[in-house]
Design a protein around this ligand. Structure first.
Ligand SMILES: C[S@@+](CC[C@H](N)C(=O)[O-])C[C@H]1O[C@@H](n2cnc3c(N)ncnc32)[C@H](O)[C@@H]1O
Length: 260
């Protein structure tokens, strides 16, 4: 097997099919509540704080934070589709959520305008250039106020390697079957995802790649960017110990602070 990757895959993969293939993680309110519990436990957030959900997808963490009284949330994501999904929910429910479609490496937002930046749900490691994640974290650093906090939630690369499974499949409801084949390299996984609708036939046959971070590598990346007071929780497993949930189980939750 030799899975070929288009380096721009991440610009178009986060669409309506992603919301099906990853529904077990990103469309499950219980999982989202569990993740927002972690945000609230790990960060010193207060209801008046300004919070940026960077690479925030369709805004599930912002909406849950809003429900808990945090009303100064901004959602930024590259995917126009996911931003539109969030916009629809904002319009339907009247949530005062700022929505921005942009590249997290260079957001054009004003410096020092947030108390906290969260990068949730394994949103690093997609861009093929060596410094892309460092650029995203540097942008988060720039956007944070002095003493502000970042929370980065990524797959634990050490556990992903240990539990590596080259072939998986799961069903979603009565119609959808998601099949994945994977290749493991030193710090990367390449994958091919074929999604079959029993009614419509194949609705996706695409490849993607992700960089893996083991805890020491994530710490040193955050340190290089300038964060201090790092703390890492190295097995956040919202799905428990059974099943293959792709990159959405066995995650590292890392927090760090911008110096004052
Ligand atoms: C696995 S999804 C997780 C989304 C969300 N954080 C969640 O937990 O539901 C990864 C997200 O990162 C976004 N993303 C990846 N690279 C990005 C970049 N350079 N700029 C903005 N968004 C990015 C994708 O568009 C996608 O929505």
């Amino acid at each position: 097997m030799n899975i070929q990757i288009n380096p721009d895959w991440w610009k178009t993969m986060f669409d309506e099919v992603y919301l099906l293939t990853d529904a077990r993680s990103v469309c499950d309110d219980t999982i989202t509540r569990h993740e927002v519990d972690a945000i609230c436990q790990l960060l010193p957030i207060q209801t008046h704080h300004k919070i940026l959900d960077l690479c925030g997808g369709h805004g599930r963490h912002c909406f849950e934070l809003y429900e808990r009284g945090f009303q100064n949330c901004t959602l930024l994501d590259y995917s126009s589709h996911l931003i539109e999904v969030a916009r629809k929910r904002v319009m339907e429910n009247g949530y005062p959520l700022n929505l921005i479609q942009s590249d997290a490496r260079s957001t054009q937002l004003e410096s020092e305008s947030f108390d906290h930046v969260c990068i949730m749900g394994n949103s690093l490691g997609y861009i093929n250039t060596a410094d892309a994640d460092s650029q995203i974290l540097s942008e988060a650093f720039r956007l944070l106020c002095s003493d502000g906090w970042i929370l980065v939630d990524v797959t634990n690369g050490a556990i992903a390697k240990e539990k590596f499974n080259p072939n998986t499949w799961h069903e979603i409801g009565n119609d959808i079957v998601v099949c994945r084949e994977r290749e493991l390299f030193e710090n990367r996984i390449h994958a091919r995802e074929v999604v079959l609708s029993k009614l419509k036939g194949i609705i996706r046959d695409r490849t993607y790649a992700i960089r893996l971070y083991e805890p020491p590598a994530l710490s040193s990346l955050l340190e290089q960017v300038g964060f201090i007071n790092l703390k890492l929780h190295t097995d956040f497993s919202p799905h428990g110990s059974k099943g293959d949930y792709g990159f959405m189980n066995h995650r590292i939750l890392a927090i760090g602070q911008k110096p004052g």
